[in-house]
Each structure stands twice: as C-alpha cells, then as structure tokens.
Write a protein that binds this ligand. Structure first.
Ligand code: ATP
Ligand code: MG
Length: 275
C-alpha cells in the first residue's frame, strides 16, 4: 500500500488480510496512475455508456447480479455518487436500498435479515446506500451492541457475502473517503444555502465529534471484511469528479470481468414471417 506523499500511486483496493490505516490514504488523491482531469471526464462519459450496455446484457442473461455497497461519513457523497454514476442505468433492473436505524420488524431480528431481503435478484444491479456495515460502525461507536457482539459480526458478514457470491451475486464495496476538513466545508455550504437546509440534521454534527472513533471502526471493517470474494475500495472522495470517475471505472471493470452474455434466441428466426 502506498504511503501518502511517499509515492504518487494509491491503490484503491484493500488487499485481503492487510491492516488498514486511513492516515496512509489521501482523500484528495486524484493523480497517478490516472490521466489528467479532462481525459477523466471523457472516460467517465464512456464508462457510463458502457455500464448501460453491460447492464442490459446482465439483465438479458438473467443469471447473475451485482451488489454495490456505499459507505461514507455524513456529506461523504453517497447521494451524489448514486445520482451521477447511476444516471446512465436503466431503472428496470437497477434499484437503490437505503438503510436507516433498524425499526419495527427489522429491530426484532438478526442484523442481516433486512439486508438479505433486498439483495439483487438475477439480472439486477442493486446499490446499498449504507448497509450491514452500519452494524460494525455506528453500532460500535455508539455502543448499541457490546464488543463481543459487533466483533463477531465481521465473520458473519464475510460468510454472508461469500454465500451471495457463490449464488451468483458479485459484490463491490466502496468507502467514500473524505477528510474531516472537507466535511466541515460541505456542512458549511449546506448551512449557507437555503436549498440545502433540508439535508441538515443535528445528528450529523454530533457524529462529526466522533470522527476518530468512526475512522477506527472503518479501519477494522475494511481490514476484516475486504475479502477475495467481496473487496473493499477506499475511494478518495474530496474531489467529486475523481470519486465519480473511480467508482464508475471500478464498476465497469467488474462488469467486463463478469462478461454477461445475451442468451441464445428461443425461436427459429428463419421461420418467422412478418405479415
Ligand atoms: P441523507 O442524510 O443523505 O438523507 P442518510 O443515509 O445519512 O442519508 P439519515 O436518515 O440521515 O440518512 O441517517 C440514517 C441513520 O441511520 C444514520 O445515522 C445511520 O448511522 C443510521 N443507521 C443505519 N443503519 C443502522 C444500524 N444498523 N444501526 C443503527 N443505526 C443505523
Ligand atoms: Mg444523514
């Protein structure tokens, strides 16, 4: 893993079994190994187009699916990523599932119950806006579960995700990493802009005070749960254009690797005569 400032290259993918120190990552990162800004914008447009083509094939093939997990601190850009990166997708086979504090039936069951109910069906792409990782993040930082319980969840998460992958669901997990200063600037912009006031919540400011505890919780989640079957990516997210570019690129690479195929026709085309 490259160190901040030491050399320019910053791999996004967390190698399974490695310790993670977020201080080694630069949330402002946007240079090598990627080309310059205008080219990236071009690449993003191409990737969005390609993503739509591959999505259609995935849907037509109707055998496998893709799950995209988004986690971030408040104002980290989950909504913006969904808006920009998913704008080219066909809503027919794409869905967003958002997870708030568990309530009602959800709160009465194991933490994966509400998650498993909304995983992608064959042919679908599903984006998780927050996810089962909240149960090792906010649950840990707020002491909603004792240590013995949240610690055990890393194993449950890995097993759960492995079972999904074995059943044909590929998984990509993105931690949109902004700096504490960037969060401050984004909160200030929201305070200054009346049209953004609806996005403000007192809880967000309180969570900001727990920043370091969240970073520790993220580091452990990334280290324990970046697996060969469901890797974590730390996306430098201070610059929105780079964030969108990096997320789209990674999704397209995954879909290319999956290489979904149109199924063979079920009819003998030569026998069809249009009248
Ligand atoms: P936005 O603010 O952009 O609308 P959001 O995802 O921040 O989106 P909120 O309603 O502000 O939505 O916050 C959801 C809250 O639910 C977060 O504080 C999150 O930590 C909390 N939450 C999600 N999952 C769990 C969980 N398993 N246990 C406890 N709290 C959770
Ligand atoms: Mg919020």
């Amino acid at each position: 893993m490259s160190k901040k400032g030491k050399d320019k290259e910053q791999p996004l993918r967390i190698e399974p079994g490695t310790k993670v120190r977020l201080k080694d990552f630069d949330p402002d990162y946007h240079s090598n190994p990627y080309p310059d800004d205008p080219k990236l914008v071009n690449q993003l447009a191409k990737d969005l187009k390609r993503m739509a083509e591959l999505q259609e094939r995935l849907y037509a093939e109707h055998k496998r699916s893709l799950l995209i997990v988004l986690q971030a601190m408040d104002a980290g850009g989950k909504d913006g990523t969904i808006k920009h990166v998913m704008s080219g997708l066909n809503p027919q086979s794409c869905r967003v599932a958002s997870f708030k504090k568990p309530a009602g039936l959800e709160a009465e069951r194991d933490f994966l119950w509400r998650i498993h109910r909304v995983t992608p069906a064959q042919g679908e792409i599903v984006i998780f806006n927050r996810s089962h990782y909240e149960d090792v993040l906010v649950a840990r930082v707020h002491g909603l579960a004792p240590k013995s319980v949240w610690k055990g969840r890393y194993k449950h998460i890995n097993n759960f995700e492995e079972e999904l992958v074995d059943s044909g669901t590929q998984i990509l997990k993105f931690f949109l990493y902004i700096s504490k200063e960037e969060q401050r600037d984004r909160f200030q912009q929201r305070l200054d802009d009346q049209q953004k006031h609806w996005k403000l919540s007192l809880a967000d400011f309180a969570e900001r005070g727990r920043w370091d505890y969240y970073m520790e919780a993220f580091e452990d989640a990334l280290a324990h749960c970046s697996t060969p079957w469901a890797p974590w990516y730390v996306i430098p997210a201070n610059r929105k254009w780079f964030r969108n570019y990096a997320v789209a690129r990674t999704i397209v690479e995954k879909l290319e690797e999956m290489d979904p195929k149109f199924p063979p026709t079920t009819v003998d085309i030569s026998k069809i005569v249009l009248t």
